[in-house]
Design a protein around this ligand. Structure first.
Ligand SMILES: [Zn+2]
Length: 158
């Protein structure tokens, strides 16, 4: 398993943990729980307010396994919290991670090699720390600053 697989698995875990932390909803006097949230393709109609097209869907499941597909507005109102925003953050992180997947794997290999000291390219302690910090940023799905990108480019081309 490469670093990128680890990172994506970890992100999926935190999405699941977040989803499980959301309490049961009441809708039409019946209990529902949130079981999924995804970008809809093709678009769907919201089962609660009827709006169309819904591009991001939250799926609720009732005790009788009946499923409801909700738009962002309805899920936030029903839950009484900004659930859609949290999922947007998760989605943006995943996109950034996927965009930087090559860099994450390269950087993590390079830092691993340096820990094992079996490479010609020996990093100074401070450089090593900087690069570790950058890798952590990338794995957390954040974008890099231009100076961080420059630093990484210098090492990966060396
Ligand atoms: Zn709706």
């Amino acid at each position: 398993m490469t670093k990128i697989d680890d990172v994506l698995l970890e992100l999926n875990r935190s999405v699941n943990t977040y989803m499980k932390s959301i309490p049961i909803f009441q809708y039409n006097n019946a209990p529902y729980r949130l079981i999924d949230n995804y970008s809809a393709s093709p678009y769907v109609r919201c089962d609660v307010c009827g709006c169309y097209p819904v591009t991001v869907v939250s799926v609720l499941e009732g005790s009788d396994s009946r499923k409801l597909r909700l738009c962002n507005q309805c899920i936030d109102i029903l839950a009484g919290q900004r659930i859609s925003e949290c999922f947007n953050v998760f989605r943006a992180k995943r996109q950034n991670i996927l965009f930087n997947r090559k860099l994450i794997d390269q950087l993590s290999l390079m830092l691993d090699d340096n820990i094992h000291a079996d490479t010609n390219l020996q990093l100074k302690k401070s450089e090593f720390k900087d690069l570790q910090k950058i890798l952590k940023h990338l794995c957390d799905g954040q974008n890099l600053t231009s100076s961080q990108i420059q630093l990484v480019d210098n090492y990966l081309q060396a």
